[in-house]
Design a protein around this ligand. Structure first.
Ligand code: HEM
Length: 127
């Protein structure tokens, strides 16, 4: 099948649901989402569709301060690499094009900034 670029919200839905399908099955990330945060997937997934729709198409559906939600979680630097690896893998599986490249690039930059901010807050020296 020929891949297209990420064009609209339906494509974002495809990306988000496939990505979190992998996240849930990953041992470390699955543990954080399901066992620590006890995430309600029924509301998390639509929220993440809105988040990525805002990031890629400047829509208005997401409001929030994502970093704050991550501060209390037991995330380690290596977990960001797993997260980013699965994100890139998912985008590449379904899409190709400028938006797809932009999405991967942005995800990597946000993941890196979360990691730096957690480190600066002293989170990674505690365990
Ligand atoms: C190891 C990496 C990560 C883990 C384990 C993780 C885990 C989580 C969890 C458990 C939540 C739900 C928190 C709650 O509702 O209390 C959440 C929310 C969220 N995450 Fe992550 N996350 C990671 C990386 C990222 C990255 C890199 C981004 C951005 C590209 C991101 C974007 C978001 C957003 C937008 C929310 C929703 C925040 C809100 O409720 O407004 N996450 N994450």
């Amino acid at each position: 099948m020929n891949k297209t670029d990420i064009r609209n919200k339906e494509d974002i839905r495809t990306m988000v649901y496939a990505f979190y399908g992998k996240v849930r099955e990953d041992e470390r990330l699955g543990y954080i989402f399901n066992d620590v945060a006890n995430v309600d997937w029924g509301s998390h997934l639509p929220k993440m569709v809105e988040f990525w729709s805002k990031m890629l198409f400047q829509t208005e559906g997401y409001r929030g301060r994502p970093f704050r939600k991550h501060m209390p979680l037991p995330i380690k630097p290596a977990d960001f690499s797993i997260w980013y690896g699965l994100f890139r893998e998912t985008v590449d599986e379904y899409f190709e094009g400028e938006k797809a490249e932009f999405a991967k690039d942005l995800a990597g930059r946000i993941a890196a900034s979360f990691s730096v901010r957690m480190d600066m807050a002293g989170k990674f020296n505690q365990d």
